[in-house]
Design a binder for this molecule. Structure first.
Ligand code: GLN
Length: 423
């Protein structure tokens, strides 16, 4: 049976077929030769399942969608503080190839515009292999297949790369480039010339959605903090001078490339990729932007969407007799995040339990965030101080055991033990 998600992706292509504005990039001769009517979309969940439609096996160059991955590699190599001292994280509001550096700091404004990306490329260690080879190995790990450089495209861009060379010399003159300008630009252009499909890109994006862990291999390719930082930069700088429009209308961290690709990342849920070579005035795929808007709306991907209302962590309060003693049992459920733990604590504060013995039954609880762990431990201390005896039914041991200054603590029971002791 065909997945309804596949049918939905087909629909996205049909519904955006009328969008034929813009033109393929022509400042790189090879890109101008692209078939403008090719189109593809793919989505990969954090479980690693890929859905794709259209020309999903068609290869095109990764271009600026390489920038987030190169940046993450540089951050992992040198540490975030070192990189932040060399390349900013402020949106530039200018075109991707603008010849500009921050007048106050002299730093490139961010790693998603060319100036910052060339500087970033030069910061990637050439150990244990040259930076470009390390990047190719990374793309291949991310997409689970060998990724190669399109050599004729790289040559075509190198031959017409005066603007990027100009940027590199400018950076070099202000001591913002740690390599020879020509070598840095050549490496950067090769980084951009890797051939990928929307499937590859969806997998790459899903790794970012999954906190840096490739969902199928389970390999951690970037640290959680690096990934979070990178997604922040993609959110504010990934779509160049269209970043504000993008964040309000699509609302997901993203990066475009001049070959016509766009990747988007919804943290914790999904990576998406679209491809259509005609570009708008910002250098972003025109149909790609419309496809992304639709995906965001239909799939509820916008970051600022309040999400499903967090259910209260409190499923029910039962009065029972346990081992002959009157007892209040709080049955908890779902994910314990800020909003759900707040609802529980609010109830306990407003209507304190009337029995000495209090049981929290957590057998239906899924995930417990650190905020919930801290808050519930603090709440438990207060209940014990108020004279209550606490029993926790916590099969995952999500709440740490603790004792207060008087050595009083809470006991742990299993669900089976609780069931046996209900009178
Ligand atoms: N390699 C291209 C360049 O440097 C990448 C630009 C882009 O994709 N926006 O011009």
């Amino acid at each position: 049976m065909r997945s309804p998600i596949m049918d939905y992706l087909d629909d996205i292509l049909t519904q955006t077929a009328h969008v034929d504005s813009g033109a393929p990039a022509d400042y790189i001769p090879e890109l101008a030769a692209a078939d403008p009517d090719r189109v593809a979309v793919a989505l990969c969940t954090v479980n690693g399942t890929v859905y794709a439609s259209g020309d999903s096996d068609h290869e095109f160059s990764i271009q600026s969608m390489s920038k987030p991955f190169a940046y993450a590699l540089a951050v992992e190599d040198r540490g975030l503080d070192d990189i932040l001292g060399r390349v900013g994280v402020e949106p530039s509001g200018e075109a991707f190839n603008e010849l500009s550096l921050d007048p106050e700091t002299g730093k490139p404004r961010n790693p998603m515009i060319n100036a910052g990306a060339i500087a970033t490329h030069a910061l990637i260690h050439d150990e244990p292999a040259p930076a470009v080879d390390r990047l190719l190995a990374l793309y291949s790990e991310l997409s689970q297949r060998p990724i190669r450089i399109d050599e004729s495209l790289a040559a075509s861009e190198l031959a017409t790369g005066d603007r990027n060379l100009g940027l590199a010399y400018l950076l070099h003159a202000s001591e913002r480039l740690s390599k020879d300008p020509a070598a840095a630009v050549e490496g950067y252009i090769r980084q951009c010339s890797a051939s990928v499909t929307v499937r590859d890109l969806a997998l790459m994006a899903s790794t970012l959605a999954n906190g840096g862990v490739q969902p199928n291999t389970g390999r951690s390719l970037f640290g959680r903090q690096t990934t979070r930082h990178l997604l922040g930069v993609m959110t504010t700088c990934g779509m160049y001078d269209a970043a504000g429009d993008w964040l309000t209308s699509v609302g997901i961290p993203a990066k475009s490339g001049v070959a016509g690709g766009i990747i988007g990342v919804l943290p914790g849920q999904v990576g998406v990729a679209v491809f259509s070579p005609r570009l708008d005035e910002h250098g972003n795929s025109a149909r790609g932007v419309v496809m992304m808007e639709k995906l965001s709306q239909d799939l509820g991907l916008h970051l600022m969407e309040p999400g499903r209302p967090a259910r209260s962590a409190l499923r029910e309060i039962r009065k029972e007799t346990v081992e002959g003693e009157p007892t209040t049992i709080y049955v908890l459920q779902g994910d314990m995040v800020l909003s759900s733990i707040e609802a529980l604590v609010h109830e306990l504060v407003q209507n304190p339990p009337s029995t000495d013995l209090v049981i929290f039954d957590m057998s239906r609880v899924d995930e417990v965030l650190p905020v919930a762990r801290r808050t519930s431990a603090a709440m438990a201390t207060k209940l014990i101080d108020a004279g209550h005896t606490l029993i926790l039914v916590d099969p995952e041991e999500a709440i740490p055991g603790f004792r207060d200054a008087q050595g009083r603590g809470m006991r742990r029971w299993t669900s089976a033990y609780l069931a046996r002791h209900l009178d």
